[in-house]
Ligand binder design. Sequence first.
Ligand SMILES: [Fe+2]
Length: 244
Amino acid sequence: MFFFSKKNILTDLSFLGADMHNHLLPNLDDGLQTENETIQFIEKFKTLGYKKIICTPHILSGVHSNNTTTILPALNRIKTLVKEKNINVEIEAAAEYMIDHELEALIDKNQPLLTFGNNYILIEMSYMAASPYLEQVIFNLKMKGLQPVLAHPERYSYYHSNFNKIIDIKDRGCLLQLNLLSLTEYYGNDVKKIAKKLIEEDLIDFIGTDIHHNNHLNTATQFAKDSKMYTLLKSKSFLNETLV
Ligand SMILES: [Fe+2]
């Protein structure tokens, strides 16, 4: 059962304007599974202060076989429901592309890719090991006029002892997106430490919620309880605000 009340909302994320990384579209990946849940979460995002929600289902070869034909109908259905229910928030969709041979093939064949904002494309890697294709994919996307954005670099533990590698990715022209919950204890202390350093050193371009389920949402609503982290985040500016 999903419990939520306005008095539990302690966090105002309106300074971000838009969320550009979440798994709210139903029944497409390991995120939300029903339209009802999606609508409930969209209402909560609005209460958190978001004006726009860009949904980014996983595209992962053999696991989450999404593409425009699965994502866009789901988006349209949710947009219709949001309109019917008079929820005043804008909903869009892109995707979170795992860097794998399938993404390489899509780029090689000039297939249309799901982007958001100013030709931004969200890409991610396995948590187990860095992709050997990362640099090539960044280069190839840029050659196609797309702007890669690497999801949650702070969560790749293989970079925790090699911070310079994250700087190298940025130097190659890839933007970086930090997960909001990485600034809490949610993914552990090591992730929090790197997340804080990335923010302090102005290396982060976007903040995403990466919300998949209730635990994520509840942690996000409590974010401002840690006033140090909340103040740090609010002292910086991010490209999120350019998406609204
Ligand atoms: Fe994600």
